[in-house]
Every structure is written in C-alpha cells, then in structure tokens.
Design a binder for this molecule. Structure first.
Ligand code: PLP
Length: 386
C-alpha cells in the first residue's frame, strides 16, 4: 500500500501526540494534571442542552441536514454578529455554518490555493492554517511574530514579491497560543495591506468572547471595507462550552463564502440539525454564562500567572483567550521543559515549538483545568521549580 505524499509529509498533530503521552503515563499509574488543550472543563449551559433534547425527539432532525445549515441558524449567525459587533451580514450570502471552525479552517485553502501558491501563516500559530495549505498543494510563508512586536506580523516586513504572490493571509486575535490581542488600527492596516496586494484575509476569531478585565475583542469587520477582502471564522466552542458538539461559523465576503460553500457541499453533509438547534438557542438564550465563565477563567489566569512567575518564567498577563504563554529561561527548549515536567511531576503543558519556530523557548498553559486539579498542578510546578 502506498500512501499519498501529503500524508507522508504530515507532521503528527500536536495534541494527538500529547494525548498519547498522557495515556501512556496514566497506564503507568501516574496522576496526570493537564494544562494542555484549550477545551472548556465547564458544562454546556442547561438551556442549550434542553434545546438538544427537544430537537432530538423530532424525526425531521434525524435526517440528512443541508450543508449550508438551517435558514434560522444562518439568521442567528447574522443576528449574533449584529448584536456583538454591530455589523450586518446577509444570512444567505455572507454566513456559513461549519462543523466546528477547525473544519472550515482546514478546508478553506481548497478555495484559494492551487499547487505552488503561497499562504501567509503566522509563526507561532494554530497548526491547521499550515496543514490546510499543504493539503491544497500550497506553501506556507511564515510571518515572523514575536514578543517585541506583540505577536503580530509587521506587514511592512513582508517582502514585496511574497506579498504579490500570496493568495491568503491568516490572522488570529485574540491569539492562540500567545493570548495576544489586536486593536482596530492593526486590522485597519491589515485590510489596507491586503487590498494593495490583492490577498484574501482569513481571520480566525474563536476567542472573541473569552476576555478579561473588561476587555472586549473586536471583529475585523468593524473596519470599513474589510468585507471586500476578508472572511472571519468564529465558533460556539469556547464561548458556550460547546467544543464537543462541533459547530462553528464563517462570515464575510460573499464570493469567498460561496466558494467555501461549494467545496463543503461536495464533501460533507452539514451539521446534525439537533446541534444546529443548540447553537440557535445559544445565540438567543440567556448570555450570563459568558461573564460567568470569564470570571472563572480570569481567576485561574491570575493564579497561574502568579505561580509561573514565582517559578522563574516570564509571563505577560493575557487580556483574552484561554491561554497563558510563558517564556522559559534562556537556553531551555520547550520540548525538554515539557518532557521533564511530565516525567518529574506528572503535569502536562504544551511546548511552544509545536506552534512554529518562534514558539521555541515558550510553553502554553490552558486555563480550562478544574480548580482543584489546577491547584494541584500549580503546586507541583512551584515545588519542582524551587
Ligand atoms: C485559533 C483557533 N482556531 C480554531 C479552533 C477550532 O475551534 P472549533 O473547531 O472547536 O470551532 C481553535 C481550537 O482550539 C483555535 O484555537
């Protein structure tokens, strides 16, 4: 049997590797505390679960869904964007539901990238941007993001020949893995740059409602003219604790949305309708859960930052996202640090190198670990670092 080169070339998915290591340690009897994946530990709110129960009883929801989603789901996406960001989208032409935003992020390269084409991808960044590009036969040009630059690319530093050849640029603020945020000026510069070089912007915004200290992340569509060049991915996953149900969305430029719709309708059959009903309830039901969750994450963030600083790591307090991004002492690699931590304490963190070369020297910790386990994990880190 001969596998395709694209599969041979595939790096192991970071979290699949970490899960394997956790399983092996647990099999040895080690009590593991994990700060690995950004997967909310809190339950999906009751009203959203009730919507699932009701919808599951209706035979109409037992059948194939349409790939483009229920009209009322697309309306809810449009209403949510209007309520949250004061921007309007035509539900039929400018919104599209996804089987979790990761699915759309993985497939969207098929709309833009032909073999040999260039995608501009942040380093460090969410690994799916690069893998989707590779699947489409394209090449990722890594955008140098670093602490001094607030983990944002400097558009002026993108060589003109690369900019002119590039088909898409990926952006993601609030950012995974760094927790960095971007303001209106940054997105305004991104839109101007993309128009100048005729590059499509793919903005990934799943942490827009996971924010602290009163900070409110924005949408790229608050910039006038963004719709000419951009789409924005978003998700119910992190806002409503719905990672397990797999439902996301993309909004923006109608030509780009239509292209993704055409690709998707040929390879998937949409999102189970009962889950679409959960998402609709999430949009129109009570929103108190958002502040409640953020208060919990904020408390955990504060505690985690305090302990990591005591343990000798440099940490900038994140204003948003589920992540604390910590700089290791000079000369220590992220893989070594993470391996020693799990071997010597049973605590799992994500090595920054997994997000690109610029992630080397950093580790990422997620605040989605239940309070008692988090305290246990932090206690072990503090004792270990002494
Ligand atoms: C930056 C970023 N984008 C997209 C996703 C995917 O989210 P989902 O597929 O659950 O909508 C994640 C998940 O961790 C993420 O961190």
């Amino acid at each position: 049997m001969k596998l395709a080169r694209r599969v041979e070339a595939l790096p192991p998915y970071l979290f699949a590797e970490i899960s394997k290591k956790i399983a092996a340690k647990r099999a040895e009897g080690v009590d593991i505390v994990t700060f690995g994946i950004g997967d909310p530990d809190l339950a999906t709110p009751r009203n959203i679960l009730d919507a699932l129960h009701t919808a599951a009883e209706e035979p109409v929801n037992h059948r194939y869904p349409e790939s483009e989603g229920l009209p009322e789901l697309r309306q809810s996406i449009s209403d949510w964007y209007e309520r949250r960001f004061e921007v309007k989208f035509d539900p039929q032409k400018e919104t599209l539901p996804l089987i979790g935003s990761k699915e759309g992020i993985g497939h969207v390269a098929l709309c833009f990238i032909d073999p040999g084409d260039i995608a501009l991808v942040p380093d460090p960044g969410y690994p799916v941007y690069e893998v989707g590009t590779m699947f489409a036969g394209g090449t990722s040009y890594k955008l140098d993001c670093n602490r001094e630059g607030g983990w944002k690319p400097d558009f002026d530093k993108i060589p003109a020949d690369v900019a002119d050849k590039a088909k898409v640029i990926w952006l993601n603020y609030p950012n995974n893995p760094t927790g960095a945020v971007a303001d209106f000026d940054f997105f305004e510069r991104a839109v101007a740059w993309a128009k100048k070089h005729d590059v499509a912007i793919l903005h990934d915004n799943p942490y827009c409602d996971v924010a602290y200290d009163g900070y409110k992340p924005i949408s790229i569509f608050q910039v006038p003219g963004a719709r000419d060049v951009a789409i924005e991915f978003n998700s119910w996953s992190k806002i409503y604790n719905m990672t397990g149900w797999r439902i996301g969305m993309v909004v923006g430029n109608p030509v780009m949305i239509d292209a993704l719709m055409r690709v998707k309708s040929n390879i998937d059959s949409g999102i189970p309708q009962a889950i679409q009903k959960m998402a609709i309830e999430a949009v129109y039901g009570p929103q108190d859960c958002i502040d409640e969750h953020n208060a919990i994450y904020q408390r955990r963030r504060d505690r985690m930052v305090e302990v990591l600083r005591k343990a000798g790591l440099e940490v900038d307090m994140p204003k948003a996202s589920l992540y604390v991004w910590a700089k290791l002492p000079d000369g220590v690699t992220s893989a070594d640090y993470a391996a020693r931590l799990i071997d010597e304490t049973g605590v799992v963190v994500t090595p920054g190198r997994g997000y690109g070369l610029n992630g080397e020297g950093y580790i990422r910790l997620s605040v989605t670990t239940p309070d008692d386990r988090m305290e246990e994990g932090l206690r072990r880190i503090e004792a270990w670092a002494r």
